[in-house]
Design a protein around this ligand. Structure first.
Ligand SMILES: [Zn+2]
Length: 209
């Protein structure tokens, strides 16, 4: 992790015709581009019960979260008692430099505002996708919707280019489309994550035009 991202305010970063709120987010856009993963930056706002807006960082229209479940009726805190329906691909991503989420924040902001598949990934792509067990051996990626779950992994099927996010356990390391086993630490992913980490962003300020 960039030390600067922990000790200083996030720095708006220009990349691919977007202003990202932080360099960390821009690095994720680089990673998605290198992997040829379609992404939208902050495409949608969701209204929380206190009237404020919640805006996830990214939407990946082609990615699949587990079997692609969407919540219809919410249950309790962990989604127990909730009902789901099957939906097409599409996963919202929240990116944070560290795991910040509290029960209160989760209930007030996220559970009250959106029912779509949502993941919180912690760190840059190298940390969150490749070296996911580096935080004292713990995988910090979290599924926030359709129910709460820890230890999530970003998986890429090199046979059919499918992206899946699923639980960090061998049983789930397979492609939901073609059933091929997935090696989520494959060379293409590691390489893209390293390039994204070291990417040199151009300075650009549209106010100077
Ligand atoms: Zn596949």
């Amino acid at each position: 992790m960039d030390a600067e991202e922990l000790v200083t305010r996030p720095k708006p970063t220009w990349y691919n015709n977007y202003y990202f709120r932080s360099k960390l987010e821009a690095k994720w856009a680089v990673f998605f581009d290198l992997m040829k993963i379609k992404w939208n930056y902050e495409p949608e706002q969701f209204t929380c019960k206190d009237g404020s807006q919640y805006t996830p960082d990214f939407f990946l229209p082609d990615a699949i979260l587990r079997e692609g479940l969407e919540i219809i009726e919410p249950g309790d805190f962990d989604g127990v008692g909730a009902t789901y329906k099957k939906r097409g691909p599409g996963v919202y991503f929240e990116i944070k430099p560290f795991s910040y989420i509290t029960d209160h924040l989760y209930e007030e902001r996220i559970l009250s505002s959106m029912k779509m598949p949502l993941i919180l990934f912690v760190g840059d792509p190298l940390e969150a996708v490749v070296n996911i067990h580096l935080w004292n051996g713990e995988n910090k990626n979290i599924q926030l919707q359709p129910w709460w779950d820890n230890y999530m992994v970003f998986m890429y099927c090199k046979d059919c280019n499918t992206i899946k996010v699923d639980f960090d356990e061998g049983n789930y390391y397979y492609c939901p489309k073609c059933n091929a086993p997935i090696d989520w630490k494959n060379h293409a992913i590691s390489h893209a994550a390293e390039v994204a980490r070291n990417f040199r962003f151009q300075f650009y300020d549209p106010r100077n035009k």
